[in-house]
Unconditional design. Structure first.
Length: 210
């Protein structure tokens, strides 16, 4: 498998790791839901988001601009070798298969995603769960299909949190429903309630660290 941008770059000192890495998974109706969610959370250096959206490649520029314009969060499509950066939304491209190495570095390949979904929320969730364990969480938003359901099982297995958008609040409820059928969600709420819950958890993490 040919890897994109495989040329080695000089090693730099790794940035401080995020206190928590959240995978945001969405499909149909996901863009407005994610925009509303992120706009309610202030950017933080101890928090990182990995965003996997089933979307056409041609819409990626719109997605990135939407995040930066309407939420205040820096957004990027990572190059091979880059770490998941704290205080940033790392957007996974649907064009090329993307994996995360044992060192937490993003690896992009010249081949397309395998399977039905691009990007694959399940594949990303499995790797993030293994790497970050209890410091990994997933929030599954509106969408068609069942992508994310098996990955959320892995996150639960490693003591991470799994939240889902309330099905009645979704444009298409299939993805959250699939997760709820496979594992017990730790929290179910509207987009606004999900953001409020995350903000509450962040405050509690701060209190525990003091």
């Amino acid at each position: 498998m040919e890897q994109l941008e495989a040329k080695e770059k000089p090693k730099a000192k790794a940035p401080e790791q995020a206190g928590k890495v959240w995978l945001l998974g969405a499909s149909a109706g996901g863009l407005p839901a994610i925009r509303q969610f992120l706009s309610r959370i202030a950017p933080r250096d101890d928090l990182a988001f990995v965003y996997a959206q089933h979307i056409a490649v041609q819409q990626m520029a719109v997605l990135l601009k939407m995040i930066e314009t309407h939420t205040g969060w820096p957004a990027r499509v990572p190059s091979t070798g880059q770490l998941i950066k704290p205080g940033t939304v790392t957007v996974i491209s649907p064009e090329f298969e993307t994996r995360i190495s044992k060192q937490g570095r993003v690896l992009r390949f010249a081949s397309p995603w395998q399977g039905q979904y691009a990007p694959s929320i399940d594949q990303l969730a499995n790797r993030l769960a293994l790497l970050y364990r209890r410091d990994c969480g997933a929030i599954i938003f509106t969408g068609m299909g069942d992508d994310g359901a098996r990955g959320c099982q892995a996150i639960k297995q490693y003591a991470g949190q799994v939240w889902v958008q309330e099905p009645s609040d979704c444009m298409v409820p299939a993805m959250p429903q699939a997760v709820m059928q496979r594992c017990k969600a730790d929290f179910v709420g509207t987009v606004e309630e999900l953001a409020e819950r995350l903000n509450t958890d962040v405050v509690q993490m701060e209190a525990c660290s003091q």
